[in-house]
Design a protein around this ligand. Structure first.
Ligand code: PLP
Length: 386
């Protein structure tokens, strides 16, 4: 029997580049708290955190690394942005494709008087730019917030078109890049985003416990969390400047050392090459799954319009059963259910049971995909002969 096959990269990428493990180990052994002391060890930790921020700014072609606020995950980054920005009476447009990391804060804000308009997707899971623009123009809109790529069926959303349009209209534009950061070339200057949130632990290949919020220079947010920032200690008010305004408490230094190493790895390989590798895997999975009788694949037809999250079901089978048997009998790790995005399932008729989601990553091999497809095929054949 083969080793374990990991096809759950949309949840968190695995494995990480070797340099990530080494950098984290070294940082933990070095110790010291960044920004919290003038001794050499603390200064060296601070320098490393600065370099990690610079690496992010370089990776996303952002104007200024200070505008990157480190968080433990994408969820906190999204919460910092939405709660820091929106006030009762504001109007927000979003999509029916969002992860609960966006939908739940918006729901909480709705209960406080923010008006939230959700635009549905077409059958392929793509929300049309025209429909979003129309919704934005129906009334005075403060913010358009949406994901770049669905975590359920990988549909790319038309963010490239919407960023510049929002800027023209004076509408703030926020992207949840949880499923695209590290998997696709992303340029903040071209995208014209005001806010961009992403985890460090998915496509960016960093460790869990890392993430960030990018805030366009000049946009002020009310902090969500208050506390020590290492400087301006005389004041009981949070500092005005970034990133400290939104970033307080001791940072995850080993995690950020890992994230910095992961960004170095991605820069060395090149995101184009990462995308090309994942695209090959997505194509192989789409062709292979669609050829198995009884399998229904959701999301855009073409691999070119998708990221690396592929949802499918075996007709008349509970996805939980399929996932359980693939794990138990074939040591294949993937995710089943609603994937924290219930609206996306309502759109394709897979609510409440959900789907089986297979998500390859940069380290997934063709051989692993063949083994996975053979296992699904065997399951489908056995099921049809019962
Ligand atoms: C689209 C999307 N947004 C947000 C998140 C939340 O990410 P994190 O677990 O890092 O908070 C995820 C994670 O699955 C996601 O897929």
């Amino acid at each position: 029997m083969h080793e374990l096959i990991y096809l759950d990269n949309a949840a968190t990428s695995h494995p990480k580049p070797e340099a990530v493990y080494l950098a984290m180990d070294a940082a933990l052994r070095r110790g010291a708290s960044p920004g919290r002391g003038g001794h050499q060890q603390a200064l060296s930790a601070e320098r490393m955190v600065f370099e990690a921020r610079e690496a992010l700014a370089d990776f996303f072609n952002a104007d200024n690394s200070e505008q990157f606020v480190f968080t433990p995950n994408a969820t906190l980054a999204i919460n910092l942005a939405l709660f820091g920005l929106l006030l009762p009476g504001d109007r927000v447009v979003t999509t029916c494709q969002e992860h609960n990391a966006v939908s739940r804060p918006l729901r909480a804000l709705q209960d406080r008087g923010v008006s939230v308009v959700k635009v549905p997707a077409g059958e392929d899971g793509v929300v049309s730019a025209a429909a979003l623009k129309q919704a934005c123009l129906q009334d005075k809109t403060r913010l358009l917030v949406m994901n770049h790529c669905s975590n359920v069926y990988g549909a790319f959303q038309p963010v490239e078109d919407l960023g510049p349009w929002c800027r023209e209209q004076g509408i703030l534009f926020m992207v949840d890049g949880s499923q695209s950061a590290g998997c696709l070339p992303i340029d903040f200057q071209a995208l014209q985003v005001d806010l961009f949130a992403a985890p460090g632990h998915k496509g960016l290949l960093g460790p869990q416990g890392t993430g960030f919020l990018y805030v366009r220079k000049g946009l002020q947010l009310t902090p969500l969390i208050y506390g020590g920032t290492g400087g301006s200690s005389h004041s009981d008010l949070p500092p005005e400047h970034f990133p400290e305004r939104l970033e307080c408490g001791t940072l995850n230094t080993p995690g950020l050392a890992g994230l910095k190493a992961a960004l170095g790895f991605l820069q060395q390989v090149g995101v184009d090459k990462v995308r090309a590798h994942e695209l090959q895997a997505i194509e192989k999975l789409l062709v292979g799954l669609r050829a198995i009788p009884g399998v229904k694949v959701y999301g855009p037809e073409s691999a070119l319009n998708r990221g690396a999250a592929i949802s499918f079901n075996l007709v008349q089978h509970d996805p939980a059963e399929v996932g359980f048997l693939l794990d138990q009998n074939h040591k294949i790790c993937l995710r089943v259910g609603l994937h924290c995005a219930p609206d996306a399932h309502r759109a394709i008729g897979t609510y409440p049971g959900g789907t089986v989601r297979v998500s390859p990553g940069y380290f997934t091999t063709q051989q692993e995909i063949d083994t996975f497809l053979a296992a699904v095929d065997a399951f489908a054949q056995k099921a049809s002969s019962r």
